[in-house]
Design a protein around this ligand. Structure first.
Ligand code: PEP
Ligand code: CA
Length: 411
């Protein structure tokens, strides 16, 4: 007999930042019970699926009781009795039920929780691991390399550094587990080195937010830590500029921390200067989220660099298509909650790959301990995962899941 959805329940839970998010619980016809919870971002792009919050005074307006009630109510009514074997059909149904282009009626957070839970239940009912079920039987699976933010700056940080994420870009390891071990070693060494110079520091999602003087100093700290840990040959650098946060459309200028205001051409020159001086191999959201042309200028001027679109693409097929037309980038940052369903997120990833792009599956700053993103990264054959510093439970949940997947793929 076909396994179908028997019941869906939504509930309000807290994410790792103490902000409410939604969890969906799904019970199948044979009694399998799964849960799934959704992450949320801080530097949220304007083209992302809508996150529904309650407003009012609870949790400073960020309660999720409405989103949870939409799961237990309308979505449950719509999906009860629906077969779990076809996630695309489930996702299409809930999108149609919502009826808006950006999922603003029922909430992208409600829809994604249901989509994740349905995938998890579908895999459990089929008796296969989630990554395999998502990928389909034919697709070749690969473990991702690691990109990890180890120093935090930008609009929401206490460090005073200009850019949002200072990223370690690792590669060249035999096995995922060796790469993770290296990441831990470099992160620990970095912590010792920064503490020796600046004393105790704050952290942001596990990334170090010390009053480091400049981008150059941040990069030197990272390279020195990699060298001392014995992984100099495996470590390159990346930046998530998150530049939409720093862009003023009124005068078409970018304002980063202590740097003087810059126009697009000056900012491009800043990046190229950093590329000449350091092994900078990845630049994410170097220009604001509507500047497809600026991205293209960087791509043309910096061959060999991963030019990554996060807010630019918002894990959205139409926006990726525009990026391809403008030759804007070569890498998609895939965040499942930007899309709002797993099918749409995977379609975006596959479309990008078919057009020669790499995919980085990325967590959000407001994560839960749900480890879905690990399975998703393997299922889409992502080149990398961006899962942060391995010193937080919500991040290590994904790393630990990847260790298990590696073991399963080897056996
Ligand atoms: C990111 O872009 O890597 C990121 C974590 O963004 P946000 O803070 O919006 O989740
Ligand atoms: Ca980003």
């Amino acid at each position: 007999m076909k396994e179908v959805i028997q019941q869906l329940r939504g509930r309000e839970i807290l994410n790792a930042r103490g902000k409410p998010t939604v969890e969906a619980e799904l019970i199948t016809s044979s009694g399998i019970t799964v849960t799934a919870s959704v992450p949320s971002g801080t530097s949220t792009g304007k083209y992302e699926a809508f996150e529904l919050y309650d407003g009012g005074s609870r949790y400073e307006g960020c309660g999720t009781r409405k989103a949870a009630a939409n799961i237990s109510g309308e979505i449950n009514d719509c999906l009860r009795g629906v077969a779990l074997e076809d996630l695309r059909a489930i996702d299409q149904r809930i999108c149609a039920l919502d009826g808006t282009p950006n999922k603003s009626r029922l909430g992208g957070n409600a829809l994604l929780a249901v989509s994740m839970a349905a995938a998890r239940a579908g895999a459990a009912a089929a008796g296969v691991p989630l990554y395999r079920w998502l990928a389909g039987e034919q697709r070749k699976l690969r473990m991702p390399d690691l990109t990890a933010t180890v120093i935090a700056g930008g609009a929401f940080s206490f460090s005073g550094l200009a850019f949002e994420d200072y990223i370690l870009v690792l590669s060249g390891f035999e096995q995922f587990s060796d790469e993770l071990e290296a990441l831990v070693a470099i992160r620990r060494q970095l912590e010792r080195d920064v503490r020796a110079k600046y004393g105790d520091f704050l952290e942001d999602g596990g990334a170090i937010a010390a009053p480091i003087a400049s981008d150059g100093e941040a990069f030197e700290f990272m390279l020195e830590a990699a060298r001392k840990a014995g992984f100099e040959a495996n470590a390159a650098l990346g930046l998530d500029v998150a530049s939409s946060q720093m862009y003023s459309p009124e005068d078409d200028l970018y304002r980063f921390g202590k740097l003087p205001p810059q126009n697009r051409e000056q900012l491009l020159e800043t990046y190229l200067g950093l590329c000449r001086e350091y092994p900078l191999r990845l630049i994410e959201d170097g220009f604001h989220e509507d500047d497809f042309e600026g991205f293209g200028m960087l791509k043309a001027a910096a061959p060999g660099i991963q030019v990554v679109g996060d807010d630019l693409f918002a894990t959205n097929l139409a926006r990726i298509r525009r990026g391809i037309q403008h030759d804007s980038a070569n890498t998609l940052l895939l965040k499942m909650n930007q899309a709002g369903t797993i099918t749409e997120a995977m379609d975006a990833g596959r479309f990008a790959q078919e057009n020669g792009y790499d995919v980085i599956v990325s967590l959000r700053s407001g994560e839960t301990t749900d480890d879905f993103a690990a399975d998703l990264a393997v299922a889409v054959g992502a080149r990398q995962i961006k899962a942060g510093s391995p010193v937080r439970a919500e991040r290590n949940a994904k790393y630990n899941r990847l260790l298990k997947i590696q073991a399963q793929l080897e056996s």
